[in-house]
Write a protein that binds this ligand. Structure first.
Ligand code: NAP
Length: 688
């Protein structure tokens, strides 16, 4: 391309939960309005673009689990990996926006890896990469990154016609300026009532959630003269088309809105067991799903996980309908979601044909995730009350960023926002333009198919907590309270209760892309580290190997050596939350589990005088033996559980063991661990 500008550019995105897709499509839309010819594709649509012919590329990618690429980036990574020539992309200029979270190890690893690979293949960055951090709010990086993209893009890409968008932005700022100046004549007092709500109240008679007003301190608002860095008014994308004949849509037996990587099947709840004592800090439930009708469709091995499609809370959906003044009849009528001219529906709404508004609320959109600024911007557009409009614009401006973060601390639902700003009544189709997709929830499989092929066992903590003081509002998860309710709120510790409910639980298998599975070579030792519910897949690992060994003994009638299995497990109180204690102790007693190492984090002496508190402390204590297993017996390491603190703590402990017993430098130990991760010898299944 030399000094010549490209006539067009391409945006490629990879998205796990819809954020990267939404941002990429917004860049696409805004670029088109600014007069740039451009196209936007998901990375896996590899046959739709040809990098050997493109000159300018923008990449937007999120991360999953342990800094891995989203599923829809896998093909693209493979494609880049296969290229041998280091000048293959030397004609290409690119930039990259990564969406990550500093709470996890390998922050924005996918964006960093992609950047490196692009440069290795000869491509040159035309604009510094942006690494957004969800812990700080993605918008804090994304918005300025996009704002500063345009002057850089114009240096490498032709911009045609009038820059319509600038005019739009100026108009917004102009109207807001007037608003603020008017506001100055009013009192400096907070304009929305400050209140201390105590829990989401539910109008039991109506069966409708009434939401919780958000606490806002608006004392700064009156001092602001002008709002800057306001997000654009979200583009009109979705249109709700009513069916010609009025037809009530019954909820389908299988959810049809969510795209899944494998087919969805309806399973039945077979049994429940509460794994924790009523006084435990968290309630953990073990469920068994009957899958005998799907033997072919649902193949699994320990280490696999599966997705459950739970609906959004019904009372919450009804509360939103009531607030938006949509009556029950209208909510159940047949509708389709179509794209407005010149736009493309977001991928999570492509199946929204012959559906209904209530189904969209149940399965189509996320009503609970932290609000994006774009949602507040949209609500501002539909307010009839000037105070509310001003507040909403303040919250999504640069000047209101502190209050925006405080609003997010309260984890408001869509309903909470609508009741806090009651004059805002956006049409539902406009909300579809900005709400993220509803997500399936994933769980690790606890059992081995060698023991029972007809049941799928899994475990989970009930998500039920309070937001911090002074808010003190009770919040619930989507899937776990739903399952808890369907399984009768089991309370008695370790009592298996058979269930006869006919309610369908729609599930699908998640392809196991990171090879987190018990090795087929039964002579290979494995070190398993899984505190809390992180132990779930390891129960299946041990069951599986136990069955493999029994089968091997029967077949060959000889005592073959099998690889040692070590399990490091951690809980808070041995009597209250030692999950799967019976099973684990039995494995240990019969010798299949060579070492069962349990650490109690809230024991009186935990962490004092050299006593271990966490699994990583126990690892260090047994460092010599761990080193021998790794160095002399080619052991594999599996870590499952919390991606935030635990995974890093365990990685550090492993590095320390290599340093102490292998007599190497820490930097070399860390390199070895990274290499083991790529070689799939050290596997991590990390969850947020
Ligand atoms: P948890 O009950 O919160 O914690 C288990 C133990 O880990 C406690 O003793 C806790 O101690 C300790 N711990 C706290 N911080 C730690 C750290 N930095 N390093 C090591 N140990 C630490 O565990 P959980 O809620 O079950 O969490 C496990 C994670 O696994 C979750 O993210 C969950 O989503 C995920 N997971 C779920 C499944 C599933 O299928 N449901 C499967 C696998 C993993 P203190 O509290 O006393 O500090």
């Amino acid at each position: 391309m030399a000094s010549e500008k490209s006539s067009r550019f391409v945006i490629l995105y990879a998205s796990q939960t819809g954020n990267a897709e939404w941002i990429a499509k917004n860049i696409h839309q805004e670029a088109s309005e600014r007069g740039f010819v451009n196209e936007c594709y998901v990375m896996e649509e590899i046959d739709k673009f040809d990098l050997s012919k493109e000159n300018v590329l923008i990449l937007v990618t999120s991360n999953t689990g342990d800094g891995d690429p989203p599923d829809n980036a896998t093909k693209f990574f493979r494609f880049l990996r296969k290229i041998k020539s280091n000048t293959f992309l030397s004609h290409l200029k690119f930039t990259i926006l990564g969406l990550g979270d500093t709470n996890y190890t390998n922050f924005n690893n996918t964006a960093k890896r992609l950047e490196k690979r692009m440069i290795d293949l000869g491509a040159a960055p035309f604009y510094n990469k942006g690494l957004a951090d969800d812990a700080m709010g993605l918008e804090t990086t994304v918005d300025p990154w996009i704002a500063n993209l345009w002057p850089e893009l114009v240096k490498v890409c032709v911009q045609k016609g009038k820059d319509n968008n600038n005019t739009q932005v100026e108009n917004i700022i102009e109207s807001v300026k007037t608003l603020s100046i008017n506001g100055k004549t009013e009192s400096n007092e907070t304009s929305l009532p400050l209140e201390t709500p105590n829990g989401q109240s539910v109008d039991k008679k109506m069966g409708i959630a009434s939401g919780t007003k958000i606490m806002l301190d608006l004392s700064e608002l009156a001092k602001v003269e002008q709002f800057t860095a306001l997000p654009r008014i979200p583009t009109v994308i979705c249109k709700i088309i009513k069916s010609n004949e009025e037809r009530i849509i019954n909820s389908p037996t299988l959810p049809t809105l969510i795209n899944t990587p494998t087919p969805i099947v309806n399973t039945r709840l077979d049994a429940v067991r509460c794994l924790t004592h009523p006084e435990a800090l968290k309630r953990t439930i073990h469920l068994e799903l009957e899958i005998k009708d799907y033997r072919e469709k649902l193949e699994f091995i320990p280490g696999d996980s599966f997705g459950i499609i739970a609906p959004n809370n019904e009372k919450l959906c009804l509360g939103i309908l009531k607030t938006l003044e949509i009556d029950e009849n209208e909510a159940n009528q047949e509708i389709s979601v179509e794209s407005a001219e010149g736009t493309e529906l977001p991928s999570h709404l492509r199946n929204a044909k012959s559906t209904s508004i209530i189904e969209l609320l149940r399965y189509g959109v996320d009503l609970n995730s932290l609000p994006r600024k774009a949602l507040l911007r949209l609500l501002a557009e539909y307010t009839t009350n000037e105070e509310e409009k001003k507040t909403l614009l303040f919250l999504c401006s640069k000047q209101g960023s502190v209050q925006f973060n405080l609003l997010r601390e309260q984890v408001p639902t869509l309903l909470d926002l609508l009741i806090t700003f009651p004059s805002s009544k956006p049409p539902l189709e406009r909300l579809l333009d900005v709400l993220p997709p509803h997500q399936p929830r994933y769980y690790s499989i606890v059992n081995s198919p060698l023991v029972n092929r007809d049941l799928l066992h899994f475990a989970f903590n009930i998500v039920d907590y309070k937001t911090p003081v002074p808010y003190n509002v009770r919040k619930y998860g989507v899937c776990t309270p739903w399952l808890d309710n369907l399984s009768g709120y089991a309370k008695e510790i370790n009592k298996r209760v058979p269930l006869t409910t006919d309610i369908n639980i729609p599930i699908f298998m998640k392809p196991n892309s990171n090879e987190f599975a018990v090795p087929s070579d039964i002579s290979r030792p494995i070190i398993m580290i899984g505190p809390g519910t992180g132990v779930a897949p390891f129960v299946g690992f041990i069951q599986h190997r136990e069955q493999q060994i029994i089968a091997e003994r029967k077949l060959n009638n000889i005592e073959k050596t099998f690889g040692e299995m070590w399990l490091f497990y951690g809980c808070r109180d041995i009597e209250k939350d030692y999950l799967y204690r019976e099973e684990l102790e039995r494995f240990s007693e019969n010798g299949f589990l060579k070492e069962l190492l349990v650490v109690i984090s809230r024991a009186p002496n935990a962490g004092l005088n050299g006593n271990p508190k966490y699994v990583q402390d126990l690892l260090r204590k047994r460092g010599q033996e761990i080193y021998e297993l790794l160095d002399q017996k080619n052991a594999m390491i599996f870590v499952c559980g919390d991606a935030q603190g635990m995974a890093k703590g365990v990685n550090d402990a492993l590095a320390d063991i290599l340093v102490e017993h292998g007599k190497i430098q820490k930097s070399d130990a860390l390199k070895i661990l990274t290499q083991w991760i790529s070689d799939k010898r050290y596997l991590r299944d990390l969850w947020s």
